[in-house]
Design a protein around this ligand. Structure first.
Ligand code: GDG
Length: 740
């Protein structure tokens, strides 16, 4: 049985009590509109669907109303004490994260008590969920109120499938960094508890990856982030609307009657329309200024247009919102008295909720929708307006600061801070020919009807499936007797073999001092045997310097690859160098920095190689070296030029080497897909994953990881001794074959 838990701050219904009568309606807001549309349509994948969120009313009222709520999914309400909820919701969520993520840093109020309550409420959510969750359930967490939740769940149920979607923008690092550092870490690591972290646009996604790199100092590759032994995928999933509901809803009788009513009252005037929650990000003030500019520039339009402006109450207990409301009220009062007269009001203003029929009536009756947010994650109103126009008429004037502007490119796009441009576009829209309106509307409808709210959710779940699949593949698969037998059989039959063997941690166990890890006699003996087989090419692929490799293994019939691929010596040849010239200069800088850390951290030391430099701290005090390692990593991440050098955070060692040098690229040159019929690659750490990756789809390859961490290798063995045993089996097989 597959169960889905959607988790969001609020349940999607608002319950109201008037006298003895209890009513409920769908809550306003983009998240509720989109996610409930998906849940109502989703029938195949999940056998049980539950929405978890705060109830927004007392427990008693909820109990009285719960039975009458008719939806295709269940509810799990949370009741949070009022003061705590206030600090979590009005405080941290809406007076820190919301303004900051929408590029209003001066509106943010960094009170520690807000953050404490924010964490506590997230803990409450985690507790409620964990009381019902099974390890094979899927949890889909929504939005900025619940950034730490995924990690809290992951800690208790490591195998849980968790998706996270952010409905608002994710800001650039320059903004994110203004949050206190500890909060930054908590928020980002919280999100990384999910398997997939989704955003509306690629810009938000790349800002997130950049913040993760800068704050958590982790390895990322393309859109993937490697975090605490797991790989977390990020993606851009622009949210869609329930196209059918708006498109066919426009022919509903009640909608048609509302539309007729609005058309009657506008008479022969052209109608502009907008609807938003009360919010300073929605640019209502700028919109009115643009409209005013339009009337100033085009006096001939006075008395011939009317602007229906609807603002839906939202968060009005927060000072900034209440303040905004009074400013708008005042501005509209002055506007109407300055431009209007007894027979004409330029702005008709409603501060209150619209029914779905009224909303659709207005979408379909207006000539122009004026949507001017200063920042908006997506903006569904723009998409709903387009979806509802079956007549393919009407013009959309849309802010380029809304995520929706990436898809609705046939809208008349404006910069919301440019009131002259808004004025120009209002005029262009009102004068646009019906043919051009149809052409633009058709193009936009084609796009948003095929990528709708269901396709949005499906794309998200498809990504979640992919990650889970890849993660399952990366769970340790011990090299059992069956797999070993298969490997030996292939080895026997092969005519041309390639053996790629890492050194430290693979052929030799780790030693406290790198110089003490000389090969055991058994390793020398094995390499001699395997290397002398004419069907074999054996390479030792190591991060070590070429001199050590040469001293220890240079006399054997094997090739040597040193410093992660910087230098290569084919058997019997001289060393060749593979590196860029600017690397040495940049490395000298790094070495100077590392010297400071050696002074500050007794017992640590620098290992210098030709094209890399490493700071080892396995012999230093464990507590001090842990702190110093983080500081060094931090300093390196901000100072090194990623195009020239790359930083590796290894087992008690931080190593910096030339970029574009890795073991994968080095061994790629040795692989001949047409002729080699057996490849064995064994390694133990992150740097060996690059080799495993190169060999992932190679049918002749056996890849083996030493240790039980997640890996791209097909098999795991637990210690270097088991590697010796495996190589011995291969060499014995080879010997036996030679005696036949
Ligand atoms: C957040 C992000 C992102 C509004 N007033 C009424 C009403 N609504 C419905 C609209 C629309 C929704 O609320 C508003 O959605 P938006 O996307 O425009 O804005 P936010 O609420 O800020 O949503 C936003 C969204 O999440 C989804 O990810 O697009 O960027 O800020 O669906 O129709 N519905 C009714 N009466 C109203 O008076 N019936």
């Amino acid at each position: 049985m597959s169960r889905l838990f959607v988790v969001a701050n609020r349940l999607p219904v608002s319950i109201e009590k008037q006298g003895e009568k209890i009513t409920y309606r769908q809550a306003s807001g983009g998240l509720v509109t989109a996610v409930s549309a998906f849940l109502n349509k989703e029938n195949n994948r999940f056998t049980q669907k539950t929405w978890v969120g705060t109830a927004g009313c007392s427990e008693k009222l909820w109990q009285a109303a719960a039975d009458s709520i008719d939806t295709d999914y269940d509810f799990k309400p949370l009741f949070i004490p009022a003061k705590q909820y206030d600090q979590y919701y009005n405080g941290f969520s809406n007076s820190v994260l919301w303004p900051l993520f929408h590029y209003f840093p001066s509106f943010a109020d960094y009170q520690p008590s807000f953050f404490e309550s924010y964490l506590k409420v997230n803990v409450e959510f985690a507790g409620t969920l964990l009381r019902t969750l099974n390890a094979d359930d899927t949890v889909w967490i929504h939005d900025y109120h619940l950034l730490p939740l995924a990690a809290m769940l992951r800690k208790k149920l490591p195998g849980l499938t968790i998706g996270f979607f952010l409905h608002i923008p994710f800001p650039s690092y320059e903004l994110f960094r203004v949050i206190p550092r500890e909060w930054q870490q908590e928020l980002l690591s919280g999100m990384l508890g999910a398997d997939v972290v989704g955003f509306h646009t690629e810009d938000y996604q790349s800002h997130f990856i950049n913040c993760v790199k800068k704050v958590l100092k982790v390895r990322t590759e393309n859109q993937e982030i490697y975090w605490q032994g797991r790989s977390v995928r990020t993606g851009a999933f622009p949210i869609g609307v329930d196209f059918e509901r708006f498109n066919s809803g426009s022919t509903n009788l009640e909608v048609l009657s509302k539309r007729a009513e609005y058309l009657r009252s506008k008479q022969d005037k052209q109608l502009l329309f907008s609807v938003d929650r009360l919010d300073y990000t929605k640019g209502v003030f700028n919109r009115l200024k643009g409209y005013r500019e339009f009337l100033v520039q085009n006096p001939g339009y006075r008395g011939k247009v009317v602007f229906a402006l609807v603002i839906v109450p939202s968060r009005d207990s927060i000072g900034k919102y209440a303040e905004r409301k009074s400013m708008i009220d005042e501005y509209i009062g002055n506007f109407n008295s300055r431009f209007g007269n007894i027979g004409w009001q330029p702005v008709i203003y409603q501060y209150g909720h619209l029914s779905f029929e009224e909303l659709l009536g207005l979408y379909t009756a207006c000539d122009l929708a004026l949507i001017t947010p200063l920042r908006d994650g997506m903006n569904l109103v723009a998409k709903e307006f387009v979806a509802s126009r079956r007549d393919k008429q009407g013009v959309l004037v849309l802010s380029e600061m809304a995520g929706a502007a990436h898809e609705l490119t046939e809208a008349l796009l404006i910069n919301p801070n440019d009131r002259k441009e808004i004025a120009r576009m209002i005029r262009a829209g009102l004068e646009m020919s019906p043919a051009e309106q149809e052409e633009r509307m058709t193009a936009m409808q084609n796009r948003i009807s095929s990528y709708n709210v269901v396709t949005w959710a499906k794309a998200f779940f498809a990504e979640l499936d992919k990650v889970r699949h890849a993660q399952q593949k990366s769970e340790p698969q011990l090299l059992d007797n069956f797999a070993k037998a298969k490997m030996l059989e292939k080895y026997n039959k092969a005519e041309k073999r390639l053996l790629l063997l890492d050194y430290d941690g693979t052929l030799a166990p780790f030693a406290a001092n790198p110089g003490d890890a000389a090969p055991l006699p058994i390793v020398i003996q094995l390499l001699k045997k395997l290397g002398s087989d004419p069907k074999n090419s054996v390479y030792i692929v190591s991060g070590r310097d070429s001199v050590s490799l040469q001293n220890w293994l240079g006399h054997l019939p094997v090739g040597l690859i040193a410093e992660h691929g910087t230098k290569i010596r084919h058997q019997g040849n001289e060393w060749q160098v593979r590196s860029a010239p600017e690397t040495s200069m940049a490395l000298a800088e790094v070495e100077r920095l590392m010297e400071q850390f050696v002074n500050q951290c007794p017992g640590s030391f620098i290992e210098k190689k030709d094209f890399s430099v490493a700071w080892h701290y396995r012999k230093a005090d464990i507590a001090l070296s842990g702190v110093k390692a983080k500081q060094l990593l931090n300093a390196l991440m901000t100072s090194v030029n990623a195009a020239v050098l790359s930083v590796l955070d290894g087992h008690k060692v931080i190593e910096v080497k030339g970029a574009n040098i890795n073991k994968g690229l080095a061994v790629k040159e040795l692989i001949q897909p047409q002729s080699q019929d057996f490849i064995l690659c064994i390694g133990d750490d992150q740097t060996d994953e690059d080799m495993f990756k190169v060999l992932q789809d190679n049918k002749a390859a056996f890849t083996v990881k030493v240790g039980n961490e997640p890996t791209l290798a097909a098999h795991n063995v637990l210690t270097p001794y088991l590697v010796h045993e495996l190589l011995q089996r291969l060499s014995i097989t080879a010997e036996a074959m030679q005696t036949f």
